[in-house]
Design a protein around this ligand. Structure first.
Ligand code: PLP
Length: 433
């Protein structure tokens, strides 16, 4: 049989760098041929060979209802007939803003954009504009999109400015970005002692999904909040991944339960709010958001911002996730996956631990959960790759890189979880030998 995935990949490689339009899709970390998706429904997608997979990527987060949810499809089909894009405001943008503000109490005003990268980049500009300061703090292993100033890794030594992680980013562009270790309170305090009055914002993935799945510890998060307040810096939560994914109110609602009165100052959103369409947003208190053009001096704009089809898709998605019991059921499904995988590994003598919140999870080839990027990156790559390909061969699609989180949707059934665990147990048997 001809391998249509391979054929398409060969064609793509001649035309598109690496054959893909976003790097991790290329399977370079795990080797092998990327699966070209033909169609998706519910918890599954089918590749170009007609092979079916249980999907734990869900477009890297957006597809919280699974693929082709009937209410979302209906909303999108109706919207498409009314026009694709106008470049003038619509009622749906107002409705979506109302929904976001209702669900995320730290936000008074919101601006819609088309990607998480745009939302993160604009948040940084707004924080700098609103505070009149230059420096930003970010953490190693947190990804906030591919804006130049954020493509940076830690320099040598404590609390130093970072080095670009991408060619094409001059060192001068990241000279105001301070990169610190996640969950390291000592480094955080030292950075504020040295740079406090110059820090515009601290941006953080509260539950980091770009170094697999690592939670900010409660004492660390508490200290982030205290130091930002004390030094007049804005605390920006990047909830592109966690927003409406780990809980209806996002990761900030999870931390608000653990730290009384906790709120970030700014929130970056994407993925679930677009339900699979290009839509993202950023929001903050009114005084900060009113610094944005056309009211204030911080420029920000977009031809397709608040796109009418994307907002229809996002609104329909947000409506479904507000139904009673939605997150209880989603969390239970995700927890059953993680506990199933860890028990199956233990039964075969494979070291594995995992964690989850709402519909987001991670598992590690470690005996305890890692706290930062450096530890995550000590994962045994070849073992992870064997696990990845073993699962793929058995019809289970997880992220093709060990530093990515996984996603469960409301469409995943108990049978899907059981099938996944049973596939994993087969692979663990090979690994345990
Ligand atoms: N922030 C976080 C936490 C993300 O996970 C991502 C993408 O994965 C982004 C920002 C960038 O979003 P986008 O890919 O929509 O530009």
């Amino acid at each position: 049989m001809t391998d249509r995935n391979q054929e398409l990949f060969d064609r793509a490689k001649a035309l598109i760098p690496g054959g893909v339009n976003s790097p991790v899709r290329a399977f370079r970390a795990v080797g092998g041929t990327p699966r070209f998706v033909q169609r998706a429904q519910g918890a599954y997608f089918w590749d170009a060979n007609g092979q079916k997979y249980i999907d734990y990527i869900g477009s890297w987060g957006p597809m919280i209802l699974g693929h082709g949810h009937p209410a979302v499809l209906e909303a999108v089909q109706k919207a498409v007939l009314e026009g694709f894009s106008y470049g003038a405001p619509t009622e749906r943008e107002v409705e979506l803003a109302e929904e976001i503000i209702k669900l995320v109490p730290s936000i008074d005003m919101v601006r819609l954009v088309s990607s998480g990268t745009e939302a993160g980049m604009s948040t940084i500009r707004l924080a700098r504009g609103a505070t009149g300061r230059k420096k930003i703090i970010k953490f190693e292993g947190c990804y906030h999109g591919h804006a130049d100033a954020l493509l940076v890794k830690a320099g040598s030594g404590l609390a130093t400015f970072g080095n670009p992680t991408s060619a094409g980013v001059p060192p001068e562009v990241v000279q105001h970005t301070i990169v610190l270790e996640y969950n390291n309170i000592e480094q955080l305090e030292a950075a504020f002692v040295e740079h406090g009055p110059d820090v515009a914002c601290l941006i953080i993935e509260p539950i980091a999904g770009n170094m697999n799945f690592v939670r900010a510890s409660v004492p660390f998060m508490k200290r982030c909040r205290e130091l930002c307040t004390q030094h007049g810096a804005l605390l920006a939560f990047d909830e592109v991944m966690t927003g409406f994914r780990v809980a209806l109110g996002g990761a900030q609602s999870v931390y608000a339960q653990l730290i009384p009165g906790f709120e970030p100052d700014m929130t970056v959103m994407g993925k679930v709010i677009g339900g699979g369409m290009p839509l993202a947003a950023f929001g903050a208190k009114r005084a900060v958001m009113e610094q944005l053009a056309p009211l204030g001096g911080v420029y920000q704009a977009g031809t397709l911002s608040g796109n009418p089809v994307a907002t229809a898709c996002g609104l329909a998605t947000l409506k479904e996730i507000q139904k009673p019991g939605f997150y209880e059921a989603l969390s239970a499904t995700t927890q059953s996956l993680v506990s199933g995988l860890t028990s199956a590994a233990a039964a075969e003598g494979v070291t594995l631990c995992g964690d989850s919140q709402g519909g987001m999870f991670g598992f590690f080839l470690f005996d305890e959960l890692p706290q930062n990027y450096a530890k995550v990156m000590t994962t045994d790559g070849p073992t992870f790759n064997t696990l990845f390909h073993g699962l793929l061969d058995r019809g289970v699609y997880i992220a093709p890189a060990l530093y990515e989180a996984g996603f469960v949707s409301a469409a995943h059934t108990a049978q899907d979880i059981a099938d996944t665990v049973s596939a994993a147990q087969d692979v663990f048997k090979l690994l345990g030998k």
